[in-house]
Design a protein around this ligand. Structure first.
Ligand code: UGA
Length: 441
């Protein structure tokens, strides 16, 4: 098939590369000339395992192209994906400016039948707005042209996006046209093997499914974080509780890890946008408001523990910080728990020696050069003469460290672990003061 994808961000690139990999011809369009130039030179602007190889192979095979030429792309694709960003507005709702700009451009240039797919995470009702925008532009031109707008939300996890696209749990298609169903069966056939993963539903249900999925996952995490805080008070261990409840298949082991809060480009934004949708309909999102609030507090929990350990005086203290990215296998710093933590430490007069396998360049871009932030070449270097080690992201490389070495490099053997990576008893025996989440001291 011929496919055009608007937006060469994380979702657009993964979608484009994976669809090209199974034999489609794909054009990815972006308004950012610099980004398109880089992509055409083989530089992938984000870190996602496997993505650069997939992109370079498919470019070499001539199945994947990058351009700023929207008009040509609209003409080229039988299917047009909208995968542009939907950043949060000041009030938390998703800003549809970019989505509707693409719809406008499609309406201005449409000459034959196309299926337009909303891939970006967009509030319920957006497909209708996209349809209205395309139609308005066609009307202005006095052109009568059939087209369909459908919802096909993505469920890609950063760091595992290629696998998620190639072997999805489910493929959600929201459409009101049975003819489109067939086309979607065909488009997704390469990824829909062994058993049928394609769920066809009405457009609004598909749009809401995306938000409900992320909101449910965020709820699981905030619930566990709230339990973790109670576990500390009552002398229980949240890791034991996690195993105890996860073994009930109705609860499951996924997404019940307590920690220093969820981050990333999706959960915080999507939960807030969904809260906004509730408000728009005169309702109050009671659970979701609590989920957001618990998460905001949880992102402060490590700082509170550090503050209290050092008796409220952090001036001149130096901290080794392992992990900056909001989760492993990405360089994404959006809403990363490391950010409020570092900012609170700086505010209190402390400095940070950070190491992250991928996210140091991005962190430097955000914070610039400052005397209270040093980037280190490896995890060990970050420890040198630090007052404590803070573990914020559970990169594999932090899971089995040499505790003797840690002890020898730190000024005092103190670890604050925001991801519950280590064996509590072992560290205690080794003479460490070990603060984890929901596990007592
Ligand atoms: C999330 C969803 O998992 C994807 O299914 C969805 O497609 C994507 O959002 C999206 O909407 O685009 P992602 O943001 O990449 O994916 O990251 P997750 O792996 O879901 O992690 C989110 C945050 O939750 C991370 O900060 C992680 O550390 C935290 N987390 C996760 C916990 O604190 N505890 C857990 O048990 C699991």
């Amino acid at each position: 098939m011929r496919i055009s994808i608007f937006g060469s961000g994380y979702v657009g690139l993964v979608t484009g590369a994976c669809l090209a990999e199974v034999g489609n011809h794909v054009i990815c369009v972006d308004v950012d000339t610099n980004k398109v130039a880089l992509l055409n030179q083989g530089h992938v602007p984000i870190h996602e395992p496997g993505l650069d190889t997939l992109i370079s192979n498919n470019m070499a095979e001539g199945r994947l192209k990058f351009t700023t030429d929207a008009i040509n792309a609209i003409d080229f694709g039988e299917i047009i994906f909208i995968a542009v960003g939907t950043p949060p507005d000041e009030d938390g709702s998703a800003d549809l400016r970019y989505v509707l700009a693409v719809a406008k451009s499609i309406g201005q240039n449409l000459t034959d039948y196309k299926v337009i797919i909303d891939k970006s995470t967009v509030p319920v009702g957006t497909a209708d707005k996209v349809r209205a925008m395309v139609q308005a532009e066609l009307d202005k031109r006095g052109v009568q042209q059939r087209f369909d707008v459908i919802s096909n939300p993505e469920f890609l996890k950063e760091g595992a996006a290629i696998g998620d696209f190639m072997r999805p749990d489910r493929i959600i298609i929201g459409t009101d046209n049975p003819d489109v169903e067939e086309l979607m069966q065909e488009l997704y056939a390469p990824f829909n093997r062994n058993h049928d993963r394609l769920l066809i539903m009405d457009i609004r249900s598909a749009e809401l499914t995306k938000y409900a999925a992320n909101a449910m996952l965020a709820t699981k995490i905030s619930f566990m974080n709230e339990m973790a805080n109670l576990a500390e008070k009552v002398g229980a261990d949240i890791e034991q509780v996690r195993l105890g409840i996860g073994s009930d298949p109705r609860i499951g082991f996924g997404f019940i890890y307590a920690g220093c809060g969820y981050g990333g480009s999706c959960f915080p934004k999507d939960v807030k946008a969904l809260e906004k949708t509730f408000r728009e309909f005169g309702m109050q999102a009671q659970i979701l408001t609590a989920v957001s609030n618990v998460n905001a507090q949880q992102q402060q929990v490590m700082f509170r523990k550090i503050h209290s350990h050092f008796k409220g005086d952090l001036r001149g203290k130096r901290f080794a910080l392992w992990g900056l990215a909001f989760k492993p296998n990405t360089d994404d710093m959006r809403e990363a728990p490391s950010r409020p933590l570092m900012e609170a430490l700086w505010q209190a007069g402390a400095s940070v020696q950070a190491y992250d396998p991928k996210a140091m360049t991005e962190t430097q871009r955000i914070y610039g050069d400052r005397p209270d932030l040093t980037f280190c070449d490896n995890p060990e270097a970050a420890l040198q003469d630090a007052d404590a080690l803070l573990v914020v992201t559970e990169w594999q490389v932090f899971r089995s460290p040499d505790f003797k070495l840690i002890e020898s490099k730190l000024k005092q053997p103190v670890i604050f672990d925001g991801r519950n990576l280590y064996n509590h008893n072992r560290l205690k025996k080794a003479g460490f003061k070990y603060y984890a989440i929901g596990r007592g001291e």
